[in-house]
Design a protein around this ligand. Sequence first.
Ligand code: TXA
Ligand code: MG
Length: 320
Amino acid sequence: MSIISKDISKAIVLLTNDELVAIPTETVYGLAGNIYSEKAVKAIFETKKRPFFNPLIVHIPSVEYLETIVSEIPKKAQQLADAFWPGPLTLVLKKNPNIPDIITAGKDTVAVRVPNHPLTLELLKQLPFPLAAPSANPFGSISPTNAQHVEGYFKNDIKMVLDGGACENGIESTIIGFENNDPIIYRLGSIALEAIEAIVGKIAIKNKKEINPEAPGMLDRHYAPSTLTVLSHTISEDIKKHSGKRIGVLVFESRIKNDNIQEQIVLSPSGNMAEATSKLYDALHQLDKQNLDIIIAEIFPDFGLGKSINDRLQRASFSS
Ligand code: TXA
Ligand code: MG
């Protein structure tokens, strides 16, 4: 029997009973549990096979709710929350003492966001507690952007995926932390860098090595298909180099004509970066199922959401 359902009241019963429910958000599906239930939060880590040193994002119903989760709100954090919530922005701020250590991996900061999906906002408004929710995929693999992806990963492990359709944005939230009240990007994501700078001015992107292992979304290899994946600056040459193999190709807008290609996905024939972003993970899921020897992904223009896509493709293709 399928675990996919649109029944919010069933999700409420499960979550209230310390069980996990996968929830839709505008970015990717999350594997959610009551932040105050040790049983639920432990189950999140176990189900994902996620190391305990990797903290979780707390999902809340409104901007006003923030003050119950954190102990300090820098001015620029408030400006960002007002500009982007509900939406794909995660703020890392000094935590309120009532936030359990297992959520924050013992750190004195907590990651928090108001997701922008009508079903999940409704769920959060009805529940008397916030939801901890990492992306609903086994640690290191491709994040899910529809209910079927989650079912494929966890049908034997959880009782329900709340079906909210395909995720509108399609890659994870942008994570911003604060040092001396100055914002710093910890993870590029669904908001274009330029849109953030329009609110708070020029912002630094913290080098992944500097925050490892604090934000394993920053790990070198992450978001990865099981098929060998390479990121290519010279796609036609790379296809030639691998001729004779079963090749899958992922491109932004222009289809490549080459008889050596087994499978090709064009993310946005009209060259729309937001459309390409929303389809990225589903395309990787699809290519990963085709028994290919290699996936060759074209590098994106390095601005706007293209920068965030390149970040994910780099991690998908990283080999040490
Ligand atoms: O779009 C998203 O953010 C999705 C949806 C479900 O909301 N969630 C998500 O969660 O991507 P997850 O766990 O896959 O990624 C959260 C990232 C991790 O890299 C984690 O290390 C980082 O946030 N993080 C959480 N708390 C942190 C903290 N206190 N300081 C620094 N990084 C933190
Ligand atoms: Mg994740």
